[in-house]
Design a protein. Sequence first.
Length: 397
Amino acid sequence: MTASVDLALLRSDAHSPSYFALRRGAAGDDLVDFCIPCNPYFPTTAMFDDLRANLVDVLKYYPSDAETITKELCATLDLNPSTIAMGNGSTELITWLDHLLVRESLAVPVPTFGRWTDQPLETGKRCDMFPLLESQRFRLDVESYIRFIRERGSRVAVICNPNNPDGGYLPRHEVVRMLDRLTDLDLIVVDESFIEFVDAEPSASVADEAVIRPNVVVLKSLGKNFGLHGVRFGYLVANPQIAGLVRRVLPKWNLNSFAEVVVFMLKAHMNEYRHSLRLVAHDREMMIRQLASLTGLTVFPSQGNFVLCKLPEGRDGRELRDYLIREHGVYIRECGNKLGFNSRFLRLVVRPHADVQRLLAGMYAYLCAEEEPPRRGRRRAPEIEPAPIYRLPGSVA
């Protein structure tokens, strides 16, 4: 189905337009989002029904203070409240870490999540950018990164694990080795916003290390893995001194009523949540395999809920993005405005099989066109054997 979207919204060098902005400019509701990395299987339909039933109260009344909500989250996730600070999204916590704990300089591998470079630069800090190389599949080499930090004299080091936008994952023992080697720094931040999607090893997080170290913070996003970006909630894990410092500067009511309702629902739905992560991991494996079947497309390994791809020479991601959204109602993330990339790179969110088939049909038509991207239906994509689909009862696809 052809979607009528104001493509001028996409012509900016800034962050991708919101889903709401695109929908306001669209003629229909048939837009499939491969841009925003959100868990498609959680919350379940039953949970959304409960949220709808509470909508009036959620909108009319103040939430509890952050301490109350944090204690409930800690009880559900088996965390120590003294080591936790909850924020209105992980971006709020990145802002406060920069203001409170980054004094001179910050080292960060690029490409990565843009706020880790933009935030310190906005406050006048020196940002030492360590290039991740395409020839090494954007893999972070710990020894090279440590050597870079020493040569530059960086006082703070950041890694995102898995990294956004490529999904590259550094094994836990490698992260711990880096923490051991950088005990003299002011701060080390391990951004684990996508760690819940990792299936490469059973215990991927280093949050347990952060609580016993003097200079380590682990950042967690809840919106991504719980499938609720709009709620805006996340948290950091650190030793009680650092966590307490951040808690004291946060506004008392920095969390909204939706966040409170969701946090208090979680305990009863943790089995569904864990199963949703297994479904995403299964879909990721199949999606990587199917994307790799497209001629000329380079697909990079990922442990996130998204997959990085590179178009062949002579193809442009902006052109493909506009074509897909116009002719197939598919919205993708073109990465030309990310440091370390060009417009041939795409980040594609992991979605259920039926949505992926729609994406593949559009990408096949574009990649197989000899001159201009074809109109819908000009070429037919090859038949791809459907992957076995496992669905959570009551889940939203």
